[in-house]
Every structure is written in C-alpha cells, then in structure tokens.
Design a protein around this ligand. Sequence first.
Ligand code: G1P
Length: 271
Amino acid sequence: MIKQAIIPLAGLGTRLLPLTSVFPKELLPINGKPGVEYILEECFQAGIKDIIFIISTKKKLIKKYFYNDNFYKKIINKKKDKRISNEYKKILKYKKKIKFVFQNKPLGTGDAILKAKKFVTENHFLILFPDDLIVKRNCSKDMIDIHKKYNCSVMASKKVKKNEVSRWGIYSVKNKISNNNFLIDDVIEKPNQKNAPSTNAVIGRYILSKKIFNKLERQKKGIGGEIHITDAIRKLIKDNSKFIGHNFAGKYLDCGTMKGYIKSSLEISKL
Ligand code: G1P
C-alpha cells in the first residue's frame, strides 16, 4: 500500500509574481480554496495517511496556515458558525497528518525529495507537485491501483505539443502495457525539440521506490544547475527498475503560470 506522500513546496513562484512576492503560491485561492488543499484532498481520497511537506524559511506561512487552530478556536468560542467550525476541524485534521521539512536553498526537485528521506518508512511513496492540479478524476488513486497491479514505479503523463517539450520531463516508450499505460524506456529533463524522444510529458505525480534516495545522494546538477528528480529516475530506469507512464484521465490545470492559475479558478468553478 502507498501511505506516504511528499509534496515539495519550497519553490519561489517567480512565474506568479507579483502574487507570490509575500504570499506562497500554494496558499493562493483557486475558486475560494488554497491550491494546496486540492492536493491534500487528492491524497486523502487516495488513501494516503501521512504527508511530508518540503517548505523553506521563506515559506513559513504554509506551516502557519495549518498551525493556526487557536485562532479558529477563539472565533468559534465567540460565535457559533458551522462553516468556520468545519474549517477548524479540517485544519486540525491536516495538521495531525503533515510533517514539515525544510529545504532552504532552491537546489531543485531532486534535492527537495532527498530532504524527506529520513521520514519515509514505506518501500514506495507518492510525490505530488502542487503546481499540477488534476481535477475530475483522482490521478493519485489511479496510479496507486497501477502500482498495485504491476508492482512498479509510476509517473503521470500526458501528450504535449512538439514546441512545448522543453518545459517538461519527456519519456520514450518501450511498449504499451494497456490503454493509457506505457512501459518507459528512458526519460530526459526538459529536452530541446531536437533531442526529445517523444511528446510524452511527465506531469507532477510520481510513485517511486526508496531506491531513488541512493541515486539522489549521488545526483549531480543537471539542466539549469538544479538537481532534478528526473535525472535520478533515469538512472533507476537504466538499472532496470520498471517505470510505467500513466496518461491520466482527469483534466490538467497548470497553476504554476499566471495564465494557467487564472484559468484554473474558472475551470474549477464550472465543475
Ligand atoms: C518538474 C519536473 C518535470 C515535470 C514537471 C511537471 O518541472 O522537473 O520533469 O515534467 O515538473 O510539472 P518544473 O515544473 O519544476 O519546472
């Protein structure tokens, strides 16, 4: 069973400036709810029991958001408001399940995940990138089912346009396993159009084995001078670890860019 999820939240959010100059992007409201709560709901509905948040000193507000239960308590004592008391209960529930780990230098996704190493107790765990919202269907749950069936690592994916490959991790397919599921042959972080082996882009949901930590500990900086999770995954694939790319069924909303962030509220309000 997959019980633990790691959520990296230490990114600077420069693509969403000025909204993120004082406020963490993951707390920005999307149709009236902080973006990170959509990610948490996806986790809990998929059966995750234990969450590890990777934050930075610059993003301490995220911890405060989940540790502000005294503030709610005072208000609830003064006025009985069902909505506020439900929010209070929700925050308390989340607080109990989230551990906070710090990554103070923005050295990349791989470095962020490595920071969670000592808290990972299961052989396999889930990673969710909060910029990538997937609605209408629980992508994590579907990936956990695939993991159970094939006993392997899984990455969420979708087809992208040829001229967009340099924005993503791109993988090549060894063979098709079933509808929407592909055995991965190789993966490259943000290739240019010429080097891209396909247009299959990795989206921010991963089920990985603990073996990734050995690779991350030795991982050198890659494109853009950062330590990428993709580069460590590539090494596991080279060691014959089985990775499935799962073309998810839900609707993808890219909340990491201004255009996508604005669109995500509109799309969610229509659900
Ligand atoms: C990261 C990964 C990339 C993946 C993407 C999905 O990139 O490095 O492989 O395709 O997430 O959102 P980032 O969004 O941090 O640039």
